[in-house]
Design a protein. Structure first.
Length: 395
């Protein structure tokens, strides 16, 4: 069965991470993505290692399944090709700094003259308007300015970046959601629209709990390590050999935990009667819990706590996740075919459909791999026309 976005066409000016991750999500869902790259160079992400037989694993991880065409965005013939492609697609995605697309001649206003139904999505660091709009932004800038870094890490320690690029990826996911919503609305109105998604805005949205606590109390949230600000025990503890995630949502969970581990004495300790009591007396509670949890291995604790209905789990490293039978059963590690290298592993998609499944089959394209195919197939050019454009530096 085809994917749910079968027949939807995307023209991508995206590079680096936020834009390509957006188009990758659409591609996984079945859309056909035409990625525009600079002749001779391609997306800057192609330079990021580590490499697998010359293929950037970084580029592969966010550009799988897409089709690459090389176009010189400053060449007039190339611009005419882009205008023709615009007429044939449903979605345009770009993640340049605000103003760049306008200077190139591809502003939303110009593009909608050619295709009023197009969904034009701009992903940037700080959005299309506002005091910071023209600031350059990378993932950690967005994490820092948006507040994420301020609540990440251990108390009293320097600020810590989240371990993956939540600045870029958070914006990409919001962009993909917005694009799909705009496609749905277009079915009723027959009109396209301009979507403006900012990395900083996305960080503010994703930090919702921290902002909610600040609005309610006026207190500025600080890093708490792995523990929850409102419930405890609800954190990562060291064990005899590794670490374990332990969660108690309700007071009955805490009472059950004490009984299962043979520490009923804690139930009569006035300092630990409720979540708020345990948080207020955390200086006494944490050392006690660490001492207790270090008496058994992670596997022993899980074997004891899980059957009793107490939420817990290991802290897996990446290799353990890759080899986890549940991850494999859920097809979260899949193989794709690269025309030069053969089979390569990538992460799968968490979106599962019972009728129109996502298909991840193709690896990332080589620079301009599909230029001839796209220009001849979508625009009806002859191979001779394409070669002439190549010699003239347009593609």
């Amino acid at each position: 069965m085809p994917g749910p976005l079968e027949g939807v066409k995307v023209l991508s000016f995206a590079r680096a991470l936020a834009g390509p991750y957006t188009t990758m999500v659409l591609c996984d869902l079945g859309a056909e993505v035409v990625k525009i790259e600079e002749p001779g160079k391609g997306d800057i992400a192609r330079l990021n290692g580590p490499f697998i037989d010359g293929i950037s694993s970084y580029f592969l991880s966010v550009n799988r399944g897409q089709n690459s065409i090389t176009l010189n965005l400053r060449d007039e013939q190339a611009k005419k090709i882009i205008f023709e492609l615009v007429k044939k697609v449903d979605i345009l995605v770009e993640n340049f700094r605000p103003g760049v697309m306008e200077r190139l001649g591809f502003s939303y206003e110009e593009i909608t003259k050619l295709n009023p139904k197009i969904i034009y999505a701009s992903v940037s660091g700080f959005g299309q308007k506002g005091p910071y709009a023209l600031k350059p932004a990378f993932d950690m800038i967005a994490q820092g300015i948006g507040g994420t870094v301020s609540i990440t890490g251990e108390p009293g320690r320097p600020p810590v970046r989240v371990g993956f690029s939540i600045g870029d990826i958070g914006a990409a996911l919001f962009a993909a959601i917005a694009i799909l919503a705009a496609l749905h609305e277009r079915e009723k109105s027959g009109k396209g629209q301009w979507i403006d998604v900012a990395m900083m805005d996305s960080q503010v949205a994703l930090c919702e709990n921290a902002y909610a606590r600040y609005f309610a109390t006026g207190e500025i949230p600080r890093p708490l390590g792995s523990r929850h600000p409102l419930m405890t025990p609800f954190q990562i503890f060291p064990t005899k050999d590794e670490y374990i995630v332990l969660i108690t949502l309700f007071e009955e969970d805490w009472r059950k935990f004490c009984r299962v581990v043979g520490r009923e004495d804690l139930l009569s300790d006035g300092r630990f009667q409720s979540h708020s009591d345990r948080i207020s007396n955390y200086h006494a509670f944490e050392p006690l819990m660490i001492e207790l949890m270090k008496t058994k291995t992670t596997a022993k604790w899980i074997g004891l706590l899980e059957p009793a209905g107490i939420m817990c789990g290991p802290v897996n490293n990446i290799a353990q996740v890759v080899n986890d039978p549940h991850v494999q059963e859920r097809e979260m590690i899949v193989e794709v075919e690269h025309p030069r290298v053969g089979k390569l592993k990538v992460t799968g998609t968490p979106m599962k459909f019972n009728r129109t499944p996502c298909k991840i089959e193709k690896a990332c394209p080589d620079v301009g791999e599909h230029t001839m195919e796209i220009l001849c197939g979508m625009l009806g050019m002859s191979p001779e026309d394409v070669e002439k454009l190549r010699k003239e530096g347009a593609i």
